[in-house]
Design a protein around this ligand. Structure first.
Ligand code: ZN
Length: 218
C-alpha cells in the first residue's frame, strides 16, 4: 500500500514500536501519535519522542489529561500500587481508553488525509481489557467511518500474536535489537529489559525468552 498515509497510535512500548516498524514497511508516509494522559511514568512520553526522532517519523503529541482526571488508578497515579487479581481487569485499566485514542487518531488522520490507522492492541493476552478485542476494533472502525463519512482502515498487526510472536515479528522487520534496546514496557520506568519484577516486565521477559528459545532450538 504505497502512496498511502498511516497514523500509528504510539506509546514508545514494545508493541506500538513494532507496529511503527510494520507501518514504515507497509506505507509511504507514516505519522505517529502519542497521548499524554499523565501516565504513571512521564518517561514514556520522552521515550516515544526519542524513538520517533531516531526513526525520523513525524510525531504528534496530544494532551489527554482528562483521562487521568476521570480514572484515578494505578496507571495514572504514582501512589497507587499495581495489582492484578484473578478474574478482574488489572487496576491499571482505564475504561474506554482505546475508544478515545482511536477516535482522536481518526480525527488527526482525517485532518492530514490519512486513511490508515495502526494500533498495537492484541486480543491474545488482552488482560481483561475489553477495548483490545477484535470485535471492538471492527465496531469502532465502522463507527469512525460513519462519524466522519470517511473510509478509514484500522490495522492491528498484533491482534492474534502472543508475546513471543510479537518479538518474532519485530525480528522479521529487522527491528529486534532496536525494539529490545529502545522501548519502555516496565511499570517502574526502566527502559529496555526493565526492572525484571513488575508484571509488565515479567510478561515481556517470558515472551522474549520463549522466542529466543524457539529461535535457538530450530
Ligand atoms: Zn518492570
Amino acid at each position: 500500500m504505497k502512496d498511502q498515509k498511516a497514523v500509528v497510535v504510539f506509546s514508545g512500548g514494545q508493541d506500538s514500536t513494532t507496529c511503527l516498524f510494520w507501518a514504515l514497511k507497509k506505507f509511504d508516509e507514516v505519522v505517529a501519535v502519542t497521548f499524554d494522559y499523565n501516565q504513571r511514568h512521564h518517561q514514556e512520553i520522552e521515550v516515544a519522542k526519542e524513538i520517533a526522532a531516531k526513526l525520523n517519523v513525524e510525531h504528534h503529541m496530544l494532551d489527554m489529561s482528562l483521562l487521568s482526571q476521570l480514572t484515578p488508578n494505578a496507571l495514572t497515579r504514582n501512589h497507587i500500587k499495581i495489582e492484578e487479581k484473578d478474574g478482574e481487569p488489572p487496576n491499571t485499566f482505564v475504561p474506554g481508553r482505546n475508544l478515545l485514542f482511536l477516535s482522536f487518531a481518526a480525527i488527526l488522520a482525517n485532518q492530514i488525509g490519512a486513511k490508515h490507522i495502526v494500533t498495537g492492541v492484541c486480543e491474545t493476552d488482552f488482560s481483561g481489557y475489553p477495548d483490545c478485542r477484535d470485535v471492538f476494533i471492527k465496531s469502532c472502525n465502522v463507527t469512525l467511518n460513519l462519524a466522519m463519512d470517511d473510509q478509514f482502515v484500522i490495522h492491528t498487526p498484533l491482534m492474534w500474536l502472543d508475546k513471543a510472536e510479537t518479538w518474532e515479528l519485530a525480528d522479521k522487520l529487522g527491528a529486534f535489537d532496536f525494539v529490545r534496546e529502545n522501548t519502555l514496557t516496565c511499570y517502574n520506568g526502566i527502559i529496555a529489559d526493565g526492572c525484571g519484577e513488575c508484571p509488565a516486565c515479567q510478561l515481556r521477559k517470558r515472551g522474549l525468552d520463549q522466542y529466543l528459545q524457539q529461535k535457538g532450538g530450530v
